[in-house]
Design a protein around this ligand. Structure first.
Ligand SMILES: N[C@@H](CCOP(=O)(O)O)C(=O)O
Length: 247
């Protein structure tokens, strides 16, 4: 199986990389970016270089520096923490990090990449709506577009028993305007989202304190769902604080 993953902070795709390292039989992991393509440029050239962020219709992917990428670089640099720390320090000063040719080759074995500019995203949403009657959101459309761009070069069509999965990381309802511009009709919101469209905004200013936030969550849950739920919520928070997995 292969996966095309809409990518901004390199979070979802890093989870896929970990799964592959743990033994999941993954053939290709496609890192699909929007116009903010620091990761795509890295896989193309071996240079990780910071550019100014541009605003797009896939906003959670509008990332200048991918916060999780350092975690992958750790493996790419042979788990050499001192070297990684020096490379990141230099990156923070210069905005540029280069790996050697061998590491770049290895990175390209670990990941393929594609970049979808705004027009490609809109064209992809329109094409899949027309051809398959499936409404993509702009994030997922990046994954689909990258997949379509790489279809020829990665040639998985000829492979037996191979499935290509595009991760649908968002929902069209989050991007109503962009999606309806692409499809030419109003975007249908899921009921939960529809309900809150005209709901009042509520907020409370609280002290900057972890204990206070925990207490607020527990008392709110107790008020809405009863004491037992609040107790479970409190135990969950305690386990998270102590680093123990849930039973
Ligand atoms: N989860 C994002 C897509 C980008 O994920 P990231 O972990 O690479 O930042 C979404 O909202 O679709």
């Amino acid at each position: 199986m292969s996966f095309s993953v809409p990518t901004g902070n390199f979070g979802d795709i890093l989870a896929g990389y970990y799964a592959k390292r743990m033994g999941l039989p993954v053939k290709h992991l496609i890192c699909a970016t929007n116009a903010n393509d620091i990761l795509h440029r890295f896989f193309q050239s071996g240079t990780y270089e910071k550019y100014a962020v541009v605003q797009t219709n896939s906003p959670s992917m509008d990332i200048g520096i991918s916060s999780n990428f350092e975690r992958y670089l750790f493996y790419l640099m042979g788990e050499d923490a001192a070297r990684l720390a020096a490379a990141m320090k230099s990156f923070n000063q210069t905005g540029k990090l280069q790996v050697d040719a061998q590491e770049h080759r290895r990175a390209c074995q670990d990941f393929a990449s594609g970049c979808a500019q705004e027009k490609a995203i809109m064209d992809t949403i329109k094409a899949y709506d027309t051809k398959f009657n499936y409404v993509l959101d702009p994030h997922t459309a990046c994954g689909v577009s990258a997949c379509d761009q790489l279809r020829g070069s990665l040639s998985w069509d000829g492979l037996q028993k191979h499935e290509m999965v595009v991760l649908g990381t968002a929902h069209p309802g989050k991007f109503g305007d962009a999606v309806s511009k692409a499809t030419g009709r109003a975007t249908v919101l899921p009921p939960g989202l529809q309900r809150v469209q005209h709901a009042p905004t509520r907020f409370e200013v609280r002290p900057n304190s972890q204990a206070d936030v925990r207490e607020l969550i527990v008392s709110t849950v107790a008020q809405r769902e009863g004491k037992q739920a609040a107790c479970q919520c409190w135990l969950g928070a305690l386990r998270a604080l102590l680093g123990r997995p849930r039973a």
